[in-house]
Design a protein around this ligand. Sequence first.
Ligand SMILES: [Zn+2]
Length: 119
Amino acid sequence: MSEVKDADEAAPRLNLYQCKECLHIICTVDRDEGVTPFMLGCRAPSPCRGWMESSFYRVFPGLKPTWEWYRPTDEERASLKPGEREHVERGGLLIRPIMTEKAKAQIADAAKKAAWSRQ
Ligand SMILES: [Zn+2]
């Protein structure tokens, strides 16, 4: 007996982008419904001015996404650059690195300390 897979909507929508210059690959996941671009400025850790191209959601198994596509909240939208806001208003998603629980805790901790020092 083979195991029964969950419904398709439960599967994360993963995609790959590869830089044409440095060949760096990132794996992304769609957190919200929306449009993602075909081309993306290179996200390699080393400075690179190349462009990354989408694999059109063709991914190989066992990948862990490190970037996420998300729909910004109204509050986040207010601080976007005009070009980004236009993209979002046309149904586009934005990309950001996926934060680990540890990174989130560090940021929350730093914010708490900053609030305390202002008193
Ligand atoms: Zn690159």
